[in-house]
Write a protein that binds this ligand. Sequence first.
Ligand code: MG
Length: 385
Amino acid sequence: MKKVAILGSTGTIGRSTLEVIRHRPRHFRVTALAAGSNICLLKEQILEFHPEIVSLERKEDADFIRNKFKKYSLRVTHGLDGAVEIGGNPGNDIVVSAITGIKGLKPTLAAVRAGKSVALANKESMVVAGALLRAEARKSGATIIPVDSEHSGVFQCLAGEDRRNVKKVTLTASGGPFFRTELSELQEKTVEETLAHPRWKMGKKVTVDSATLMNKGLELIEARWLFDFEPAELNVLIHPQSVVHALVEMRDGSVLAQLSPTDMKIPIQFALTYPERGDAVLPPLDLVRTGVLEFYPVEAKRYPLLRLAYWALQEGGSAAIALNAANEVAVAAFLARRIGFLAISEVIHRAVDGYQKRAVRSLDGILDVDRLMRERTSQIIQQRY
Ligand code: MG
């Protein structure tokens, strides 16, 4: 029985992880849950899965839960320290890292340093600290298994292959809700329209990133660190059906693809059971019912942020940290209705423009660039919008 800790248990990935575990109660035991502020859902999760320790973002919420469960032997902590304690707990076998944004970095790093299996859904931590996470994993013996569907696809295609035989990797993108929208209408797109993703049910931040294609940009950078690919070997194709998640082209012209139903429970289960496989918790993929699978090149005008992600990929150093920070601030401003949809990309371009690259190796260095870039981006929004 593997002991599982979940960072971000009340989010979309956290909930899907618990659904997978619900189907496999003899294989997994939930020992720790770190949540944000959804105390109602965390209460239900505690009653069902009986973790030994939980953490919430705010102290008031932690006090409430502690009081509610005072008859249980449940330890309740809070804040970033609480999440870090859960990630780094030596009793974990697997840590599912599913806190969104750079907030997930420290708890993820703690899990990697503890030498655990880390099922990684928090792409931002790989984007800003890929080199550091890889170096720490080498030292501690931690295994990082991707949960992001595209990276799980690449990971599965690469299994047993000699890396030298791989020529090119393609991540697919659904294109988001505005793939077929007239460019002139993008200006008017509301938060609600942006959050209405045609294929995937995801958290708000990643859904907005999916509409701008920044999500794919972050995933390119994530792939670079997970699999050690050069920028020129990484490619993106729009595939509105989201059935093919990744394509790996071999030297001899063969292309391997990974297909599965559009549901995160598939890659989550693979990360939990790896290197084994468990029985499916979903109906099988029915390609006849799915119908036509389409592929399109990325339209640069529609998705200007993808080019910026390639820039960060080429540039290296702190460029990805800067890009990620600007994006997190711009997306938050859009969700708060401070700026419009097209302004997300404008703000990020302005924030990154003229940015001085630095070589960053330590966690403090990363967080420093992140903080500076957040300030710069907030200033741009305040002054111009
Ligand atoms: Mg993805």
